[in-house]
Design a protein around this ligand. Sequence first.
Ligand code: FE2
Length: 199
Amino acid sequence: MTLYKVFYDVLADLADLFDAENRIGGHETAQELRAICGKVHTPLLPAHQVLTETIQQALTINPLPIAAKIAKVMPLIHWHSSGMVDGRIRPEISNHLATAELVGPDGMIYSEHVRVGLFAQSPNLNYVTRKHAAEETFIMLGGSAYWQVDGEDPVLGKTGDMIFHPSNTPHATITKDEPFISAWRWTGDIAYDQYTLTG
Ligand SMILES: [Fe+2]
């Protein structure tokens, strides 16, 4: 299979994963991804990479099947540090986070309705409390992390787990001795203007 075709295969797998979430936002996400997969597939060029070793490692820790496809198509995925947009996440944190917006207003593939992407976090890092207007779900694809939602005790998230954050719910993500990689989706108000770090 031509390499860029694997990227669309990843989008199709993400559609199935978010559909299984069984929430309206998950179904919306799946519908948007399937609409993109059903159109002519735009070829993709080699793209910007960050934290490559961390991401590759996370993809090997108790991974979901989609992880092998992501590893294969890595060179075509546009990765960046999470704080790059406007510095709202301070560098000592953002330098250890990697985000890719696969689909969305700023994504590799344009959509005005949803944002769908991948996210990886280095070991031994507290990605401190933040909140935003969008409703959000993370799906753990490999590795593990503790998720703290709305000031509750942190809960261990492992491969296959789904972590749901309603609009404007404070959340933090703490890694121990291994990294993780997840898929994420934003629905509802997907603008970044209300994104704030409070931790
Ligand atoms: Fe979030």
